[in-house]
Design a protein around this ligand. Structure first.
Ligand SMILES: [Ca+2]
Ligand SMILES: [Ca+2]
Ligand SMILES: [Ca+2]
Length: 172
């Protein structure tokens, strides 16, 4: 009975939207009008997506070494830094505010123990209290340069495993 099948599928589809009255609707056949008047239960708002501390683009050697050749190229590091900037910039206005940095604090802590305050002190070259992508990338490039001790354009595993030196203020 194709009509019944269609109605049943429609009922299931409506249930997916209304999240209400599904129990009664499943067995009652083609009349799906009840679903249209059932109160619509709004899905819970997703939690504000602060950047996870251990699962972001700059988390750890193996994440940064995207092509798995055993070393982090400057391009791999820069791409990860830019991707993380975009994750932290929840307002998508091209600036990282202190609030956004605080929301991303677990991720920052994973980058050489950074805190929002420390990062701002290092990277906010024009002292306006927020980080542009350019300021952020200057910070990321400075970090790469410090970790690539032999200046061969790659952070190898030994360089990564050595203590990461503190990053001095950038662009001041
Ligand atoms: Ca690599
Ligand atoms: Ca700034
Ligand atoms: Ca190197």
């Amino acid at each position: 009975m194709p009509l019944m099948r269609t109605a049943a599928l429609l009922s299931v589809a409506l249930c997916a939207f209304s999240l209400a009255g599904c129990g009664q609707q499943k067995q009652t056949g083609p009349d799906v009008s009840a679903s249209e008047t059932a109160p619509v239960v709004a899905p819970p708002m997703p939690a504000v997506t602060a950047v996870p501390g251990d699962a972001h683009p700059m988390a750890g050697f193996d994440t940064l070494d995207r092509d798995h050749d055993g070393r982090i190229s400057s391009a791999e590091h820069a791409q990860a830094a830019q991707a993380l900037f975009e994750m932290i910039d929840m307002e998508h206005d091209g600036n990282l505010s202190m609030d956004e940095l605080k929301a991303a604090a677990p991720a920052l802590a994973d980058i050489d123990g950074l805190t929002p305050d420390k990062l701002m002190a290092i990277a906010d070259a024009d002292h306006d209290g927020k980080l542009t992508l350019a300021e952020w990338m200057a910070f990321a490039n400075a970090r790469f340069g410090l970790l690539d001790r032999n200046d061969d354009g790659f952070i190898d595993r030994a360089e990564w495993d050595a203590p990461h030196p503190p990053i001095p203020p950038v662009g001041k």
